[in-house]
Design a protein around this ligand. Structure first.
Ligand code: GCB
Length: 594
C-alpha cells in the first residue's frame, strides 16, 4: 500500500513537472525577455543515434539527457561540452563547411542561468527553427514542432531550475514528401535555429495577442481587440495612443477577450508617409509597447485601393538570404540591406518569398514605407491528400497571421506558389483560403498561379482558385523558359474581374558577363528580357502590380551549371554581392513611370 501511495505521489509530481506548448505570444519584441542567442554546442548526428536505439526505437538514453560519466568506467559516447559551437541565430550550412549540403539531424545545446520570479511564469520562445524540432529542458521533453519559418513557444515554468539550466534541441531538416515545403524547392534548405531564441517572463494571466486597426476610412473607425492567454473574466486592459489622445479601459469577458470600436482621425499610413503611432497596452504590471499604422486595403473591380486610392504595386520578390555568400538573413541590418536595394529600384512593395520572413524584415519594411506580400511555403507538389500536411500548412498560416496582423504594410496573405491543378489541390487550397479569411478578413488573399493554356500566343488564366482570391496573381517566364521573341505576340486573357499581379517574371544573368542580347547568362540577355517583358506587361488589362523574380542571386541546390550558376539561382537583379546588373536600370525606369 505504502508503495502504491509513493508511486501515486511520484506520478502526480511527474505530471505537474511538465511543459506545454501555448499559443504564440505576439509582439515578442516588446516582452520582458532574456536572450538565449549566442554560442550553442552542436553534435551532427547522421544516423540519429542520439534519438533511436539500435532497433530504431526512440531511446530513453538519448543525447537530450546531456549525460556525463559519473565513474571512471562509465561509457558515454558524446559530450556537448567538448563539441564545437555555432552562432544562434544562424543556419549550420554556412557556419561549418562540412555542413554546407547537410540535410539531417543536428543537436544543439546551451546552458543558461535562471532565477525564478515568484508569481511569474516563463515561456521558452523560438522565432523559427528549420525544420523538425524536438525541444528538451533539463532532460525533459518539452515539445515537438514542425515548420521552419514561424514562431512557437512553451510554458516551461515548472521545468526551470534555480541556477544552471540546459536546453537541448534536436533539429532535423531532411526533406520529406509530406512536409511544407515538400521534397523539392528552389532555394537552399538552411538548417538550424535560424532566428532568435529567448525566455519570456509573463504574469500568470497575460495579453497573448491583440489587434488594432482602422476599420473604415469614412467614419474613421478604429477597432481594438485583445485576447488573454486564459479565459478570465473581469481583467482590465488599458489601450493608450497618446498622440491620438486615446485611452480606453476594457474589461475582459468570460472567454478572456475584449474589444472596442472608437472614433479617431489618425494620419494614414502610406508608402510616402509611413506614419506609425506609439501604442501601449497595459494589464497588471505589464505594458506592451508597439508602433502601429492605420490604413485600409481593398479592391474595386481590377483595382487595388490603398486608403481608397488606386495604387500600382511596384515590387520585387525577395528570399530571406544574406548577401555575400548566403546564409539565412535575420535582424534589422540584413533587412535594411535587402530593403534598401528594393527602395533603390523604386519599389513600394515586396513579395517575401516563399515562406514567412523574420519579424525584423516585416517591421523594417513597414518603417520604410514598403508594402508586403507574405506567404507560406505551400510550393509545387504538396501532398494534397495527407491530412497532416494540411494541418501543418494551416498551422504555418495561423502563426504567420497571428505574428503580423498588426502590421499596416502587410496587405496580402498568399497561400501557395505554382501548384499543379487537381481536385485534391483545389480542395486543400480552397479550405486554406477560407481559413485565412476567417482569421483575417481585413487583408487581401492571393496565391501565385500559373497560366496553363497558351495556343497561338493566347494565354488564358484558368484556375478554380479564382473564386477564393481577391487578387489574381500568376508567374510567367517568357524570355527564359519560353522564347523572348514571343513577347510582342503574347495576348493575356484573365477572365476574372479582379486585380492582377504578375508575381514572377525574369531570367538569369551572371554579373559582369557581357555579350549579344541573345546570349544566355549575359547581362544583355537579361536586360532585353526585361525590356520585352515590361512592354508585354503594359498590355495586360487590370495589371495592378509586379514582383519580378528576384532581388538578388540566391543559393539553390538545383542550379548546378558550373562556371555560371555554381549553386546560385542567377535571376537576381543584383548579384549576391550587391552589384547592379543592367536589368536594374530597365526596371527602375519603368517603375519611375508608374
Ligand atoms: C518559379 C518559382 C521560384 C523559382 C523560379 C525560377 O516559378 O516560383 O521559386 O526560383 O521560378 O528561378 O525558376
Amino acid at each position: 500500500m505504502k508503495r502504491i501511495i509513493v508511486s501515486v505521489v511520484l506520478l502526480a509530481a511527474m505530471l505537474t513537472i511538465q511543459a506545454r506548448e501555448v499559443p504564440q505570444v505576439a509582439n515578442i519584441m516588446a516582452r520582458n525577455t532574456t536572450s538565449l542567442n549566442g554560442k550553442w554546442n552542436y553534435i551532427v548526428d547522421v544516423q540519429e543515434e542520439g534519438y533511436y536505439d539500435y532497433r530504431m526505437n526512440p531511446t530513453r538514453w538519448g543525447f537530450f539527457l546531456n549525460a556525463k560519466p559519473q565513474r571512471p568506467e562509465d561509457l558515454i559516447e558524446y559530450d556537448f561540452d567538448a563539441a564545437p559551437t555555432m552562432q544562434v541565430p544562424g543556419d549550420w550550412n554556412t557556419q561549418d563547411e562540412r555542413l554546407f549540403f547537410y540535410e539531417g539531424t543536428v543537436w544543439l545545446k546551451r546552458s543558461f542561468a535562471h532565477q525564478r520570479r515568484e508569481g511569474h511564469r516563463t515561456l521558452l520562445y523560438f522565432s523559427a527553427v528549420n525544420y523538425d524540432t524536438h525541444v528538451y529542458l533539463n532532460g525533459q521533453h518539452v515539445g515537438h514542432h514542425v515548420g521552419g519559418f514561424t514562431p512557437f513557444n512553451y510554458d516551461v515554468t515548472e521545468l526551470l531550475r534555480e541556477g544552471e539550466n540546459v536546453v537541448i534541441l534536436k533539429v532535423d531538416n531532411k526533406r520529406r514528401a509530406e512536409n511544407v515545403p515538400t521534397q523539392i524547392f528552389d532555394w537552399w534548405n538552411y538548417g538550424g535555429i535560424t532566428r532568435d531564441v529567448m525566455l519570456v517572463d509573463v504574469e500568470p494571466v497575460y495579453v497573448e495577442n491583440y489587434r488594432l486597426q482602422l476599420l473604415s476610412r469614412e467614419g474613421r473607425q478604429v477597432g481594438f481587440s485583445v485576447k488573454l492567454n486564459q479565459a478570465e473574466a473581469g481583467q482590465q486592459v488599458t489601450l493608450s495612443i497618446p498622440e491620438l489622445k486615446i485611452r480606453k479601459v476594457l474589461t475582459t469577458a468570460a472567454d478572456g477577450t475584449a474589444s472596442v470600436t472608437m472614433k479617431a482621425k489618425p494620419q494614414l499610413w502610406t508608402p510616402a508617409n509611413p506614419k506609425l503611432y506609439k501604442v501601449e497596452i497595459q494589464m497588471g504590471q505589464t505594458t506592451l509597447s508597439d508602433e502601429i499604422g492605420f490604413r485600409t486595403i481593398e479592391t474595386r473591380g481590377k483595382q487595388i485601393l490603398l486608403n481608397g486610392e488606386p495604387i500600382f504595386l511596384k515590387g520585387v520578390c525577395i528570399h530571406e538570404e544574406k548577401p555575400n555568400g548566403g546564409g539565412r538573413a535575420n535582424g534589422t541590418d540584413d533587412a535594411l540591406q535587402l530593403l534598401s536595394w528594393a527602395k533603390e529600384l523604386g519599389c513600394n512593395f515586396v513579395r517575401l518569398a516563399h515562406y514567412p520572413h523574420n519579424e525584423y524584415m516585416v517591421r523594417q519594411a513597414e518603417r520604410m514605407g514598403i508594402l508586403v506580400w507574405s506567404e507560406i511555403p505551400v510550393y509545387w507538389t504538396i501532398a494534397w491528400t495527407n491530412p497532416a500536411t494540411f494541418d501543418n500548412a494551416q498551422r504555418q498560416l495561423t502563426d504567420m497571421i497571428r505574428r503580423d496582423q498588426n502590421r499596416a504594410n502587410v496587405i496580402i496573405w498568399s497561400i501557395a506558389n505554382e501548384t499543379p491543378h487537381s481536385a485534391e489541390r483545389d480542395d486543400f487550397l480552397g479550405r486554406l483560403a477560407q481559413y485565412a479569411r476567417s482569421l483575417d478578413s481585413t487583408r487581401l488573399i492571393s496565391m501565385a498561379m500559373e497560366v496553363t493554356s497558351a495556343a497561338n500566343y493566347k494565354n488564358r488564366l484558368q484556375d478554380n482558385m479564382n473564386k477564393y482570391v481577391d487578387v489574381v496573381s500568376f508567374n510567367q517566364y517568357v524570355g527564359w523558359y519560353r522564347d523572348v521573341n514571343d513577347a510582342p505576340k503574347m495576348v493575356w486573357e484573365i477572365p476574372y474581374d479582379k486585380p492582377v499581379i504578375i508575381s514572377e517574371f525574369g531570367g538569369g544573368a551572371k554579373y559582369g558577363l557581357h555579350g549579344p542580347k541573345n546570349q544566355r547568362w549575359t547581362e544583355e540577355f537579361q536586360e532585353n528580357l526585361y525590356e520585352q517583358n515590361l512592354a508585354m506587361l503594359d498590355k495586360i488589362e487590370g495589371l495592378s502590380g509586379t514582383t519580378p523574380w528576384v532581388l538578388k542571386d540566391f543559393r539553390s541546390p538545383r542550379r548546378v551549371l558550373n562556371g555560371i550558376q555554381d549553386y546560385y539561382n542567377m535571376k537576381g537583379i543584383f548579384s549576391d554581392k550587391g552589384e547592379k546588373k543592367k536589368a536594374f536600370y530597365v526596371l527602375k525606369k519603368w517603375y519611375e513611370g508608374k
